[in-house]
Design a protein around this ligand. Sequence first.
Ligand code: ATP
Ligand code: MG
Length: 404
Amino acid sequence: MKGFKDILPETIEKWHFLEKTAVKIFTHLGYKEIRTPILEKTSVFERGVGDSTDIVEKEMYTFLDKSGESVTLRPEGTAGIVRAFIENKLETSVFNKLYYIGPMFRYERPQKGRFRQFHQIGAECFGIKNPAIDAEIIYINTLLFEKLNIKTNLEINNIGCPNCRPQYSKALISYFEHYKESLCIDCQKRLYKNPLRILDCKNEKCKIIARGAPKLKDYVCKDCKEHYTGVVECLKALNIEFIENELLVRGLDYYTSFVFEFVNNNLTLSAGGRYDNLIQDLGGNNICGVGFALGEERIIDILDIKPQNSIDIYIANLGVTLYALNILQKLSDLQFKVYCEYENKSLKSMLKKADKLEAKVCIIIGENELKSSSCIVRDMKNSTQKTIELNQLENTLKGVLYAT
Ligand code: ATP
Ligand code: MG
């Protein structure tokens, strides 16, 4: 299916590495995982993400379930987590730093770095007003990119809040009205509904026009300004480099004041910001939030790690399956990584497979070995082999596997 991709064993180690690294960082910084359903009522996203955003207007997988209720495959993580936060009354919980990992769905035109099912790793922090938490979210990203050995540029901006944005929107409308005919069709539609989104348009012509647009920083209110300055101060204290990009806006309506993106080679790898009204907009109390989401596919695409060999030992079973199972059990109890063969194959083809699996040792067993409670241990590196008693197996294996 277009835009849907199988994740095959060849790349799975990259996924594990990325996710394990992220989980380790989150855990070390006191973040707890939250898992919410992939399917939500459509209204969660219409109200949360915003109904004049690209996501809600054209990218959602929405359908009626058997009872006629409109449901949607989640296009992003935040709205569902906020819904869960409100429903489960998590504001009284000590766990207000949360992370998630999982699939998202958007009906987009498949192209480089863009799929219809993709995966995000993200975090949300609730109820912390201090700009330091925005900086902590940024810090998590820099830490992760460092561990992944991926170079990024951090771009930040202040996009204001419902207090100051309306005046800015008006200024944008009067500016872009002069160029209406030159804007792309999407932006012509956005002009009166969501003029900020024009700043984010990928169309070259719109990009050029947007460069001359009024700047939000001339319109932001005192609170937004203070918050943003606070984050900048924290980033400096953490020695985190950033670029202020006044054209940076996010594709989701819920963001307020501080927003950011980590960019590599013109592709946004991770993005986020503060959303101080989302919880209230979705029916909760007046609680602020900040978070980010990182696209896993875009990371996997550039992640450069050497695949590790997945097994230590290959058991070449020449028709003595029960004996082979016993040895498998023994080796797995001893914490070795072991692959056992059960199909009738020639020794030659089994040795070939052991090689392909990058096994360091091959244990060869047949009728003779079964009778004498022994086995042949073959060192795959230098193709030497010897027959040993089963009770010597652990020591022999350690000798071969851990020899430098
Ligand atoms: P863009 O401007 O690139 O469309 P966005 O504003 O829609 O991004 P977010 O919703 O903030 O992006 O998603 C955060 C991250 O998730 C993106 O930076 C990207 O890495 C990833 N992402 C978003 N959409 C897709 C997709 N269709 N396929 C793969 N990854 C995606
Ligand atoms: Mg998008």
